[in-house]
Write a protein that binds this ligand. Structure first.
Ligand code: PHB
Length: 395
């Protein structure tokens, strides 16, 4: 609130000066002083926990740098995007036009991301994507001012198909929410599973964020596939895991997924999650000093365990800090800023990663299994996996 008032009173002062004929800076431009960081994340709905984890991780990374970016204090502006794509453009515009943010950190949902992408392309505001995997953001609609610290939707599942066939599961059913993230996750699964010799006998889906899984689980039981693969996340994922077990499928038809299925939900899902095998660019149990230090610091700060979302938020903070340091806090030095972000190596809890030309992480994908409420690493399913970046003309 205070910040809004300060901005308004500054504008009023400038307008007053205008009438006296003084040469003025553009009122619309952010004032020097604090770096204005916009957080556009879901704080309600099925992805609420994901938004909170991303913010926590982001703040932790910034606090580790002394709470500043390139030597400047920070002011935060927050919007709950509700994972509602119909409000994506409006919410992102509010941050840019009303709050004059220097950077938008967001979001989780691929549909909402397309709203941010439009605003980022139209206004040139720096956009850092801490989760949403929408292909277009780093493919056909890629932009010099848009950087992703997470994954593309098909990246984790491109490592899943072979792992399933290696276990002898050659006939699979795919199930997901029918929206960009689920459909693009399917793209990766289909490519990897069929290339390894598997056959997808049925694709099942329901609209986001519905959780009425019963009829679909009955259909799976009657199809009798060797295995089921899926994309679900957040609250819906916890319910899917529980319903799968309650329907009597657990232990009969092995459940696989893009690793989001088992992120941040293991307490809620309990024993129903044991044995689920997934592929993901992170695992709780990565046995490295970097990951252990991150997990300990996060647990101490927030009194809960970090997950992939917390880690992605953290890496977004690390990336922005590196960029801001390279331009000594002057985020309006765009050429130098983008160059620094493009060439950054992020020393992440997931392992070191770099940016592809299209501004998406090149990273290892781990094979994991749930054991005692933890995602245990079984191995690396794909080394330094890059998204195709198809249609992106950067670099
Ligand atoms: C997405 O909508 O892109 C999305 C949402 C949640 C996830 C992963 C991807 O866990």
């Amino acid at each position: 609130m205070t910040s809004r008032r300060i901005v308004l009173s500054q504008s009023a002062a400038l307008l007053g000066a205008a009438s006296t004929g003084l040469l003025l800076p553009e009122v619309a431009q952010a004032q020097p002083g604090k770096v204005r960081v916009g957080l556009m994340l879901p704080y309600t709905g099925t992805f609420a926990q994901l938004g909170v984890a991303i913010e926590n991780g982001f703040r932790m990374a910034i606090n580790e740098q002394g709470g500043k970016l390139g030597g400047r204090e920070i002011e935060f502006f927050k919007v709950d995007d509700e994972s509602d794509p119909s409000k994506g453009v409006e919410n992102a515009s509010k941050l840019v036009q009303r709050d004059k943010v220097d950077v938008i950190v967001g979001t989780v949902h691929s549909g909402v991301q397309m709203g941010i992408q439009k605003v980022a392309r139209d206004t040139g505001v720096l956009s850092l994507i801490p989760n949403a995997g929408a292909h277009a953001a780093t493919r056909s609609l890629c932009a010099p001012n848009v950087f992703r610290t997470s994954f593309t939707n098909s990246q984790p599942t491109r490592a899943l198909g072979k792992a399933m066939v290696d276990k002898g599961h050659k006939r699979a059913v795919w199930i997901t929410w029918k929206y960009a993230a689920g459909e693009e996750a399917f793209e990766g699964f289909k490519e990897s599973y069929t290339a390894a010799g598997g056959t997808i006998i049925k694709e099942l889906g329901l609209p986001f964020p519905n959780v009425e899984f019963q009829a679909l689980l009955t259909e799976i039981a009657s199809l009798k596939p060797d295995a089921v693969a899926c994309f679900f996340a957040g609250g819906g994922a916890a319910k899917f895991i529980r319903d799968y077990a309650a329907a009597g499928l657990k232990g009969k038809i092995p459940l696989y997924g893009s690793g989001f299925l088992t992120e941040g939900v293991l307490d809620a899902a309990g024993a129903a999650a044991d044995g689920i095998i997934t592929t993901m660019h992170y695992s709780d149990s990565l046995d490295t000093p970097r990951n252990k230090a991150f997990r300990l610091a996060y647990a101490k700060t927030y009194r809960m365990q970090p997950d992939v979302y917390a880690m992605q938020g953290y890496d977004t903070g690390l990336l922005l800090a590196q960029g801001a340091a390279a331009v000594k806090g002057d985020l309006s030095s765009k050429v130098a800023l983008y160059k620094a972000l493009e060439s950054a190596t992020i020393d992440s809890p997931r392992g070191k990663w770099t940016m592809s030309k299209a501004h998406n992480p090149v990273q290892d994908i781990y094979l994991r299994v749930v054991e005692n409420k933890e995602n245990k690493v079984l191995g690396i399913a794909a080394k330094a996996l890059a998204d195709s970046g198809a249609g992106c003309k950067l670099g």
